[in-house]
Design a protein around this ligand. Sequence first.
Ligand SMILES: Nc1nc2c(ncn2[C@@H]2O[C@H](COP(=O)(O)OP(=O)(O)OP(=O)(O)O)[C@@H](O)[C@H]2O)c(=O)[nH]1
Ligand SMILES: [Zn+2]
Length: 353
Amino acid sequence: MLNYGFTEKILQEASEEAHLYPGRIISQHKELYKVALAEGEVHAEVSGKMIHGAQSPLDFPVVGDFVLLDRTSDAGGYAIIHRVLPRKSLFVRKAAGKTTKAQAVGANIDLVFLCMALNKDYNLRRLERYFAVALDSGATPVMVLTKADLCSDVEKRVAEVERIALGYDVVVTSGATEEGYLGLKPYLAPGRTLAFMGSSGVGKSTLINRLLGAEIMATQGLRNDDKGRHTTTSRELLLLEEGGTLLDTPGMRELGLDGANLEESFEDIHMLAAQCKFSDCRHDREPGCAVREALDSGELTLDRLESYRKLKTENPYEGLSSRQIEKKKIDQMFGGKSGLKQAREIIKNKKKR
Ligand SMILES: Nc1nc2c(ncn2[C@@H]2O[C@H](COP(=O)(O)OP(=O)(O)OP(=O)(O)O)[C@@H](O)[C@H]2O)c(=O)[nH]1
Ligand SMILES: [Zn+2]
């Protein structure tokens, strides 16, 4: 049980409803969940009450969630999920079009490896976006630079990434050697849930297989022969040999560029902007602009400022959490300008917290 990341806090919360049993979602296929309990694994569905009471798709369980079930065996029919326990973190894919709603892709991830390869894939601006998504989720990000064997200037790259990492760890790995993954090992711990994010082909599977160890690697091999890689029976929450769990879903891997938290990942620019003479400074030609001063002194690069500006125009919901986005949409629908004002207030308050 504890292997699957159950903490004292979770068990405490679960014990408040003594007639229900705590479990953790290990996979999902449409409305059918697979849940790990102390007694084993069961198939489960959500209760009718949960369906009717749901206000958003985010109210439903997702892989990684701790839930409360009505039984410990599905021999007589699917178990029923009655509650989703409070989440420590949540990764959300934000709406692409107007009709699609936010979709949860992973819950209760403690630490997320943001992978970028040290070859042609290397792109600081993209890493900044992943970083922002991670900060938005509540998980702790770790920057992972993969394929070190393909790079002749690793130190320079590390220094560049450290400059955008705001003090979070930067690790270099390589799948080319047996020991190339060892930099990740210190992050494994019993009860801790890890996940990987990064573009396709950067070497996530290669690293994951090393972390999983021999036994589960065979399972992975089987899955690769299979067209449907993630089927009802496949597990998306995996136990690691060294302790801890790995949450690996297609949705998590691909989770890209929306839902970014610009407030935190561009903290340096925000701090500079706060020192501009005018509070509505556009950092263009205004006198007393701290951002332009930083550009002149080399403290801030033009690249970074431009990627910030670009992201800002691409993501009108910058700095807002999923809940706040919903609020902002409503405000915009009914309040026009005042709605926007309110959104700014939210951002300000968020920063203060
Ligand atoms: N040179 C080199 N090649 C690597 C390294 N790690 C992985 N590769 C190769 O890069 C390719 C992609 O690696 P994967 O581990 O499948 O990448 P991934 O990030 O899991 O990709 P998706 O499954 O699409 O998300 C494979 O051909 C690997 O053999 C590395 O450290 N160095
Ligand atoms: Zn300015």
